[in-house]
Design a protein around this ligand. Structure first.
Ligand SMILES: Nc1ncnc2c1ncn2[C@@H]1O[C@H](COP(=O)(O)OP(=O)(O)O)[C@@H](O)[C@H]1O
Ligand SMILES: [Mg+2]
Length: 200
C-alpha cells in the first residue's frame, strides 16, 4: 500500500468510531500521558483540536487547564508558507477556521510563539510505527516547522497522539520526516530510544 492509500484507509477507520469509543479513547490518552514525567512537569504544552476523527484531546486540554499549564495551539503561519506558529489557548481566545476548515486561534504576531519555546508538543497523525516514524495528512507542516530539532540544543519533546489501531509495522521514512520521541495512544505509551554517540 502506498502512503496515500494508507492515509485514506486509516482516516476512514478513525472517522467511523462511535461517540462512546471517542470519549473512552480520549480518557485513555490522558491516562497514558499522565504516566510520562515530561507531561506532568511541562509548563508549556502544545496540543491540537481534534479534526477528521483524530484522537480527541478534550480530556487532555481539561487536565492541562486544571493544572494551570500554558496550552498552545498550532496555526497556519501567515508569513512562512507551509509552517505552523503556536498561539496560547485560553478561555477568551478568539478562534477562526483556517483554509482546511480547522478551528485555530486568530493569528497575531505578538501572541505567536516559536515551537522552540514549548516543552512538549502533541502531534496528530494518521499512522505511526515502532521506530517513531509519523505519517501525517500529507501537508508536511509539522516536518517543516520542527526541522530545527536536528540542531544542537534543547528541543521540545515530540509526542504523537493516536488510536492504537493507527500503528503500522513499518512506515516509509522520507529524508524530511521528523521522528517522534513518544507515542501516546488510548491504550499504551511507546518511548522511542535515541542512540547518541559519545561526542554528543
Ligand atoms: N522541511 C521541509 N522542507 C521542504 N519541504 C518539506 C519539508 N518537510 C516536508 N516537506 C514537503 O511536504 C510534503 C508532505 O510531506 P509528508 O511527509 O509526505 O507529509 P506528512 O508529514 O503530512 O505526512 C512533501 O512533499 C515534502 O516535500
Ligand atoms: Mg512527514
Amino acid at each position: 500500500m502506498n502512503k496515500s492509500e494508507l492515509r485514506k484507509l486509516i482516516r476512514q477507520q478513525r472517522r467511523s468510531l462511535s461517540k462512546a469509543q471517542r470519549q473512552s479513547a480520549s480518557r485513555g490518552l490522558l491516562r497514558q500521558l499522565r504516566s510520562a514525567p515530561e507531561y506532568l512537569t511541562a509548563k508549556r504544552v502544545a496540543v491540537y483540536l481534534t479534526n477528521d476523527g483524530e484522537i480527541d484531546t478534550q480530556w487532555l486540554i481539561q487536565d492541562l487547564h486544571q493544572r494551570r499549564r500554558e496550552i498552545y495551539l498550532p496555526v497556519l503561519h501567515p508569513l512562512r508558507k507551509g509552517h505552523l506558529a503556536f498561539i496560547r489557548y485560553q478561555k477568551n481566545t478568539v478562534m477562526s477556521r483556517n483554509r482546511f476548515g480547522i478551528s485555530e486561534p486568530s493569528f497575531s504576531r505578538n501572541k505567536a510563539v516559536s515551537a522552540r519555546f514549548i516543552r512538549l508538543i502533541c502531534l496528530p497523525l494518521v499512522a505511526f510505527d515502532d521506530r517513531g516514524n509519523r505519517l501525517g495528512m500529507g501537508g508536511g507542516f509539522y516536518d517543516r516547522t520542527l526541522e530545527f530539532v536536528h540542531e544542537k540544543g534543547k528541543t521540545p519533546l515530540l509526542v504523537g497522539c493516536a488510536y492504537d489501531f493507527q500503528r503500522i509495522s513499518m512506515l516509509p521514512a522520507e529524508s524530511w520526516d521528523i521522528p517522534l520521541k513518544l507515542i501516546a495512544t488510548d491504550a499504551s505509551l511507546h518511548r522511542l530510544l535515541t542512540f547518541t554517540t559519545p561526542a554528543d
